[in-house]
Design a protein around this ligand. Structure first.
Ligand SMILES: NC(=O)NCCC[C@H](N)C(=O)O
Length: 406
C-alpha cells in the first residue's frame, strides 16, 4: 500500500517532508501575519536544522521522501500534465493580468529541470523576474521588486495540506488563502503520480466548501479518528469526512470519529498543538485543555450518522476510548509560564516514530525532561529557526506508512 496509517505511534516506516527553500526569504515584516509566520527564519540554518531532522528519521530506519521530488516525478511523466499543472497553479495564484499570467507560464516553462521549476513555484515570483512589455498605468506604477506570486513558506509543515489515514488521505481545503494553494501539489501526486494514482483512497476533496487541516487529524486507532474543531477545521468538514469514512467498509475501518472542540486561537491552531500521542497509554498535552472538554462522538447508525455530545476531561475521554488508563504529560509541567512558553514553541507537537519514542524540539527543555522522567525515549532536534513558523516535528512531517498494531 502506498499509504497505510492506522495509529499515531506504531513504527514509522515512510514519511513525507519538504525541505524549507527560498520561499522563506520572500517573507517580509508586512507579510508575516498574512503568511502565518511570527518572524523571518535564517534560511541556511533552518535548512541545516531540517536536514538534521531528516537524518534522525533515517537513522531510525524511516524512508524519507520529499514533496518537491514527488511533484517533479509526477510532472515529468507527461509534458501536457506539466502544462495543465502550471495553468491551474497560475489560476490559483490570484494573478489578475493576462500578460502577467503568460509571462509566468513562460518563466516556469523555461526551467529545464522540473524539480527546479517546482521549487520556483513554491518560492514566489517578483515582477522584475517577468518579461513584461505593457506600457499602461499599472505597469508604470508597480514596484518591480514586488511579488506577483506569493511564496508558500508553510510548505515545510507537510502535516497540514492532507492527512494520511487508513489506505489513503483526507485531501484538504485549508483555512487560509496562502496555505490552500499548497494542496494542489498533493492533488497532482495522488491523482497522477504512477505510484499513487488509483492506489489509494481519497476521503475529502480540496474543492469542498468547509476547511479542514491535517494538524487537526489524529489516528487514535484503526477504528477511531480524532479531529479538532479549531481555528482551522470546521464542523461541516468533519461531517463530510464522517460520511466518507463511516460508510466505506472497503477502504476504511473507522467506526468512531471524536470531534474535539478546542479554543479557536493561533496558539492552539490545531489539535496537535494541544496534544499528541507518544506511547500506547501516554500523551503530551497543553495544560490549557486539562479541564472539562466538549467532544462529539460520530458513529454510523444504519444509513445515517449519530452524533452524541460527551463531556469530560481529556484523560477521561481518552481512557474511555483507548480502553485503558492514559497518562497525560503536561507540556512545560505545572509552571504556567513554562507551559505557555513551551506550548508556543510546540513542546506538545511531538512526532512519535515508535511506541515511547518521539522526536522533539530541543528548546522545550522542561517538557523534554518530564517526558524522559515518564520513560519516554526523547530524541531532540535543533529548532531555533524552524520554530519561527509556529510548528513542531509533528507539523513538519506526514506519515505515509506506519506498521500496523499487532
Ligand atoms: N500541524 C500544525 O500545527 N502545523 C503548524 C502550522 C504552522 C503554520 N505557520 C500555520 O499557521 O499554518
Amino acid at each position: 500500500m502506498v499509504i497505510d496509517v492506522r495509529s499515531e505511534i506504531m513504527p514509522l516506516k515512510k514519511v513525507l517532508l519538504h525541505r524549507p527553500g527560498k520561499e522563506l526569504e520572500n517573507l517580509t515584516p508586512d507579510t508575516l501575519e498574512r503568511l502565518l509566520f511570527d518572524d523571518i527564519p535564517y534560511l541556511e540554518v533552518a535548512q541545516k536544522e531540517h536536514d538534521r531532522f531528516a537524518e534522525i528519521l533515517r537513522e531510525n530506519g524511516i524512508e524519507v521522501v520529499y514533496l518537491e521530488d514527488l511533484v517533479a516525478e509526477t510532472l515529468d511523466q507527461d509534458e501536457n500534465l506539466k502544462v495543465q499543472f502550471l495553468k491551474e497553479f497560475i489560476d490559483e495564484a490570484n494573478v489578475k493580468v493576462d500578460e502577467e499570467k503568460e509571462a509566468l507560464f513562460k518563466l516556469y516553462m523555461s526551467y529545464t529541470d522540473t524539480k527546479e521549476m517546482v521549487l520556483k513555484t513554491m518560492e514566489g515570483v517578483k515582477y522584475n523576474e517577468l518579461d513584461l512589455h505593457s506600457n499602461d498605468l499599472l505597469s508604470h506604477l508597480r514596484d518591480s521588486s514586488e511579488l506577483v506570486v506569493d511564496p508558500m513558506p508553510n510548505l515545510y509543515f507537510t502535516r497540514d495540506p492532507f492527512a494520511s489515514t487508513q489506505d489513503g488521505a483526507i485531501l484538504n481545503r485549508m483555512y487560509s488563502v496562502t496555505r490552500n494553494r499548497e494542496t494542489l501539489y498533493a492533488y497532482y501526486i495522488f491523482n497522477y503520480h504512477k505510484d499513487y494514482k488509483g492506489q489509494m483512497s481519497l476521503f475529502y476533496d480540496r474543492k469542498n466548501p468547509f476547511h479542514i487541516e491535517g494538524g487537526d487529524v489524529l489516528n487514535i486507532s484503526d477504528e477511531i479518528l480524532a479531529i479538532g474543531i479549531s481555528q482551522r477545521t470546521q464542523a461541516g468538514a468533519i461531517d463530510k469526512v464522517a460520511k466518507n469514512m463511516l460508510f466505506n467498509k472497503e477502504h476504511s475501518n473507522i467506526k468512531t470519529i471524536l470531534a474535539f472542540d478546542i479554543p479557536n486561537n493561533r496558539a492552539m491552531m490545531h489539535l496537535d498543538t494541544v496534544f499528541t500521542q507518544i506511547d500506547y497509554d501516554k500523551f503530551s498535552v497543553h495544560p490549557g485543555i486539562l479541564g472539562t472538554l466538549r467532544v462529539f462522538e460520530l458513529t454510523r447508525d444504519n444509513d445515517s450518522i449519530k452524533t452524541v455530545e460527551k463531556v469530560g476531561t481529556l484523560e477521561e475521554i481518552l481512557s474511555e476510548y483507548l480502553g485503558k488508563k492514559v497518562t497525560l504529560i503536561p507540556c512545560g509541567g505545572n509552571d504556567r509560564i513554562a507551559a505557555e512558553r513551551e506550548q508556543w514553541n510546540d513542546g506538545s507537537n511531538t512526532l512519535c516514530i515508535a511506541p515511547g519514542t518521539v522526536v522533539v524540539y530541543d528548546r522545550n527543555t522542561v517538557t523534554n525532561r518530564l517526558m524522559r522522567e515518564h520513560g519516554i525515549n526523547v530524541i531532540e532536534m535543533p529548532s531555533a529557526e524552524l520554530s519561527r513558523g509556529r510548528g513542531g516535528p509533528r507539523c513538519m512531517s506526514m506519515p505515509l506508512v506506519r506498521e500496523r498494531i499487532k
